[in-house]
Design a binder for this molecule. Sequence first.
Ligand SMILES: [Zn+2]
Ligand SMILES: [Zn+2]
Length: 317
Amino acid sequence: MNDVRKHYFLDRWVITSSNRGKRPFDFEIREVNIQKRNCPFCPGGLNQPIFYKIGEPWRIAVIPNKFPCVSNENKVSRRKDFFESFPAVGFHEVVIENSEHKVKFEDFSEKHIKDILDVFSQRTKSHMSDKSVQYVSIFKNKGALAGASIAHSHSQIIALPVVPRLIESERRKMEEYSSMFGECIFEKIYKEEKKEGKRILIDSQKFYALAPYSSVFVGETWILPKRHVRTLFELTSTETQDLAKILKQVLQTLDKIFPGLPYNLAIHQAPKNRDFHLHFEIYPRISNFAGFELSNDMYINSFPPEEFTEEFRKVKF
Ligand SMILES: [Zn+2]
Ligand SMILES: [Zn+2]
């Protein structure tokens, strides 16, 4: 039975899950040995019902996660004494991004990436209408070092009963900044980075890609809309098209600089009935966090974002 537990005194939540231990962790062996016919995400190997799909036969499919960390079947009771917790209700889904086993995300066509983004958008909207859901987290793990247990290109969607700490603190800071300066911090970042001229990776029509000033990860990249958009489903079709293009370009370039790069991609969007500025964050997993990082929540980045930007700009297609 899963529950969501609050830290003794910090606003930090942990989903405590007892079935995740069954998950296979021998990724490297699996990744090498896994045959297309044994893949649970290939059309012939699917053993879960399809909730939502694009194409017939499907080109993109949404299925329930076999080991959900949140579920509406969780019946544990709420605790509000010294120990605070409540049932880990919500939805945990997998988006199989392509019916072919081997194609990497960055090699999909722009049109196909746009379709994937439209699926994310549809699922976000659908989950947000559920009364238990406060936030929809969408992320992608690519490669064993980034926590992926299956090689077939996929993302996960977790609709949560709480707003995660990082999202809530980004959002609160954004609101504080707007009330002080009358401007969205995310739009201010664009103006200042444009002036500085050292860390904007791609400046497209509706979006831009940035190596953030205080990058935690080597090659950390953010992709942001220039307009104040809160969630994926507020994007216009032209904006989603531009986003697909820039996302492909960013991931292709990262793969040229760091071949076979493992990474995590996170979509940060507004919680239910809250303001925020949608953005994507990509965390390359080149170096692993060790004692200093884990003990202090403070980081050492050995490849400054300006140098990464120089490398990025050198890549030609
Ligand atoms: Zn497969
Ligand atoms: Zn904004």
